[in-house]
Write a protein of this length. Structure first.
Length: 87
């Protein structure tokens, strides 16, 4: 018997369509690309969407910028919610 895969929405309708309705639940997702292509912003937007829904989120980056600088940069985006940022 096939068990259907549970999917979670990215919170970005057009991306969910490309992913056939979302990301498989409990998956590790690695996003790669050239510098400046929006990887950090995309992942942050998805992370904030999940946090808003009460899910726990860990966002790991290999960028050289500090956590504080990243959060400062994200403040300009509509998805940013300082109440969702943990320790």
């Amino acid at each position: 018997m096939n068990n259907p895969v549970s999917l979670v929405s990215t919170g970005i309708p057009s991306l969910d369509r490309l992913l056939c309705d979302g990301i498989p639940l409990r998956q590790t997702v690695v996003v790669t690309g050239e510098p400046g292509t929006g990887k950090t912003i995309l992942c942050s937007q998805i992370a904030f969407e999940h946090a808003k829904q009460g899910r726990r989120v860990v966002l790991a980056t290999v960028a050289s910028e500090s956590h504080d600088k990243l959060l400062q940069e994200l403040r300009g985006f509509s998805f940013f919610d300082p109440e969702q940022v943990g320790d």
